[in-house]
Design a binder for this molecule. Sequence first.
Ligand code: NAD
Length: 329
Amino acid sequence: MIERRITNSRVLVTGAAGFIGSNLVEDLLFNGNEVVGFDNLMTGKAENLSAFLDHPKFRFVEADIRDLEACKKACDGIDYVLHQAALGSVPRSIKDPLTTNDINVNGFLNMLLAARDAKVKRFVYATSSSVYGDEKRLPKVEAKIGKPLSPYAITKAMNERYATVFGELYGMETIGLRYFNVFGPKQDPNGVYAAAIPKFIGLLIQHESPLIHGDGTQSRDFTYIDNVIDANNIAALSTNPESINEIFNVAYGESTNLNELVEVLQELLIPFDSKIAEVEVKYGPERVGDVRHSLASIVKSNTMLGYRPKYDLKSGLEKAIKWYWDNLQ
Ligand SMILES: NC(=O)c1ccc[n+]([C@@H]2O[C@H](COP(=O)([O-])OP(=O)(O)OC[C@H]3O[C@@H](n4cnc5c(N)ncnc54)[C@H](O)[C@@H]3O)[C@@H](O)[C@H]2O)c1
């Protein structure tokens, strides 16, 4: 595959201090772009950007996407927007739907307006596999979504609707990327809303038991961060007119259940510390709002964007675990 990377451009990354945003910033700077990182540090961390703060082509804007003027200022002179800022986590949205809606819907709309007025070349945004809701058919195909199961899922579904309408009404070019359970370096292992992979790695390293909600047979299409970075680059640069104002799954295209996940994590961590073999999993009650099975079809992303994920679960975990081992000790 020909590497398609954004180069010599001015790129705005929102949610830049977060897991996915900070990895995007690193990739964009590596490829010679001027990068504006925008974040209010609500769930993201300044330390995720510390390596770039002195970079001559990087500028950090600490601001909130709920502030339209700040969004407009940040979009000024920008070629591509990679919009990642949002309040993540299904359980958090169930506990606090108002803040989730405020950031993920009103903030999203501000960013769309700002990007429209700045006439950016393309607005690529993060949506989520949670949009599939109660749709049972596997693999999930973009055109067939079910009823949302959480406020978070509603906000992401609304993002997709807004972006599509902005494309039609104002001639904007948008592309939505439905991420499936992304993992990799810099993903936060701490806190009640941490994602399973970093949380389990953090616990195993400390010889503590990972807690699985339910019987562990629920499955996910775990996606390594480098596949997500590739998808953002090719979405921003896609010259296929049929891909514009469309939505694409971004996943590996294989599902793994949580019991299998813990087994692989232990297998990969044992060479670092043999005692990790003795750690046992704990099981707790199922969580409301969780989707039972998740597996993406990546046919549309492949045929229309040329997306081909390079890392499967194991090869991604090998890289991620090395990073956590070096950084969590
Ligand atoms: N990680 C995943 O598995 C996954 C899956 C599906 C979709 N997504 C989406 O991908 C995007 C990035 O997720 P992530 O995993 O990097 O999460 P993250 O929490 O690490 O990053 C989100 C960033 O957005 C920032 N942010 C939140 N509210 C903001 C506001 N009002 N103004 C400015 N910045 C704000 C946070 O401080 C944080 O740095 C989000 O839109 C998320 O919904 C992630």
